[in-house]
Design a protein around this ligand. Structure first.
Ligand code: ATP
Length: 451
């Protein structure tokens, strides 16, 4: 199959304003990226669809937006201070550091096993490796005017922390009854040992996480439902091909000690099939740990049955950047139109960053330009992300819109002046139809929705 390489995706992202290296004019910083005008539109669409599906379309899930910096006791109770680690190994000559499990090519964090496997291996520079050890990935900083141990805090390594600490607040203010969920979209920070693969593994990431609080007796059914949610969201809402996705079940050594089950949806990224979206049964670990450490009662009383229990948590967690990389990879297509090669992003119109582009056939004919400008202004009011494009010849404009996945291009030509009609070109088929301008908004609405 005609799959893009990572180089194809990186180059398109830069060329068309999706993603840039952060602080690029200073040489960048490994593991940090900036999103450009089209990247923001696309990720906003992804986030809006996720938020709508969970918070707006349902009445049992509530939103929260927690602070990035929390009381550090939270991260002690959650186990992150002691255990948010990855195994690291050092090249004994260059002192470059690597993820030990990745160099060993296994999915385990067991140091003894890694040590054994790495005895046989050399670093990517061909040098001997030291002994693997754990490295804590939490980023630290200080609050207040003194940089001392007592003022040390962490940038959150995942958004879930403030969901657990707001369990009581949400239960009480929203009069929420178990089962209910809390959803959050926000930044998280991980001092990844080796950030790589473009925006796949970064040090500043954005997550969309939802924790669903349940009676333990319902765990299997609820878990299966949230697995299905992840798969269906990717295929039905985002239009990702089923053939690009697969399931990966975590083995005993891969999942956290408290997790009862963990299934990732893998996406076939340019570097191979890797985790995109995790669904985990976290048992009562979170609420029990925070209850113990904070001294607050986080149990739940089911008023109907009189049963009191500590809710289990089913977690659904996905990275925004990884989702962006997945949709770009899945949509990236090379084909030819009238014998000419092109790159086209076959994005679902629902997530396309630009919905419609409007062009006058010739930019030096004022009557065409002013007619096209009127249409542009009208469509922009309804569809928001509508682009004006009068640069270069019409063929070049179509190629440019194809590359950013714009589903429809409208061109105003001389016939438009005669009979109030325009051409509408479909991105995927490159076919054009002629439409009267009075019917244009309605036709576009239908096309954007039905695709
Ligand atoms: P991995 O095994 O790839 O390190 P993880 O299992 O630690 O990921 P989680 O803690 O479950 O990941 O995070 C939830 C989601 O956040 C992941 O499924 C992924 O989409 C995203 N994510 C995690 N770490 C990163 C990262 N460093 N860069 C980009 N996205 C990330």
């Amino acid at each position: 199959m005609n799959r893009p390489t990572m180089e194809d995706i990186v180059s398109l992202s830069k060329r068309r304003g999706f993603v840039f290296q952060s602080s690029e004019i200073y040489g960048g910083l490994a593991g940090f990226f900036d999103y450009g005008p089209l990247g923001i539109e696309l990720t906003n669409n992804l986030k809006r669809l996720w938020w709508d599906s969970l918070v707006h379309y349902r009445d049992d899930i509530f939103g929260v937006d927690g602070a990035i910096i929390q009381n550090p006791l939270l991260w002690q109770a959650s186990g992150h201070v002691a255990g948010f680690t990855d195994p690291m190994v050092e090249d004994t000559v260059t002192h470059k550091r690597y993820r030990a499990d990745q160099l060993a090519g296994v999915d385990t964090t067991d140091l003894a096993e890694l040590s054994k496997l790495l005895k046989e291996k050399k670093s990517p520079d061909g040098n001997p490796l030291g002994e693997p050890r754990y490295f804590n990935m939490m980023m630290q900083t200080w609050v207040g005017p003194v940089q001392e141990e007592a003022a040390k805090v962490y940038l959150r390594p995942e958004t879930a922390g403030s969901i657990f600490t707001n369990f009581l607040n949400i239960k009480e203010t929203m009069r929420a009854k178990v089962p209910f969920g809390i959803a959050q979209i926000g930044k998280a920070f991980r001092n990844e040992i080796s950030p790589r693969d473009f925006i796949f593994r970064v040090r500043e990431l954005e997550q969309m996480e939802m924790q669903y609080f349940i009676n333990p007796k319902d765990q299997q059914e609820v878990y299966d439902n949230w697995r299905a949610f992840a798969w269906n969201f990717l295929t039905e809402r985002l239009g990702i091909k089923e053939s690009s996705l697969s399931w990966h079940e975590h083995g005993e050594t891969e999942r956290a000690h408290y997790a009862k089950a963990a299934h990732d949806v893998y996406f076939n990224f340019p570097q191979g099939p890797k985790e995109l979206w995790g669904t985990h049964n976290r048992s009562d670990f979170d609420l029990s740990s925070h209850a113990k450490a904070s001294g607050k009662d986080l149990s739940y009383l089911d008023e109907q049955s009189g049963e009191r229990f500590t809710p289990y948590v089913i977690e659904s967690s996905v990275g925004v950047g990884r989702m962006l990389l997945a949709v770009l990879t899945d949509a990236f297509t090379r084909d030819s139109v009238a014998g000419e090669e092109r790159i086209v992003l076959k994005l679902h119109p629902r997530i396309a960053p630009v919905k419609v582009a409007v062009s006058p056939l010739l930019k030096n004919k004022p009557e065409l330009v002013s007619f096209a400008r009127e249409i542009y202004a009208q469509l922009k009011r309804e569809f928001g992300m509508v682009l004006w494009d009068d640069n270069g010849n019409i063929g070049k404009r179509y190629r440019r819109q194809d590359e950013i996945g714009t589903p429809f291009c409208i061109t105003v030509d001389f016939e438009s002046l005669a009979n109030q009609s325009v051409t509408v070109r479909d991105r995927d088929t490159a076919k054009q139809i002629r439409i009267n301008i009075d019917d244009l908004p309605q036709t576009l609405r239908q096309k954007l929705e039905q695709n």
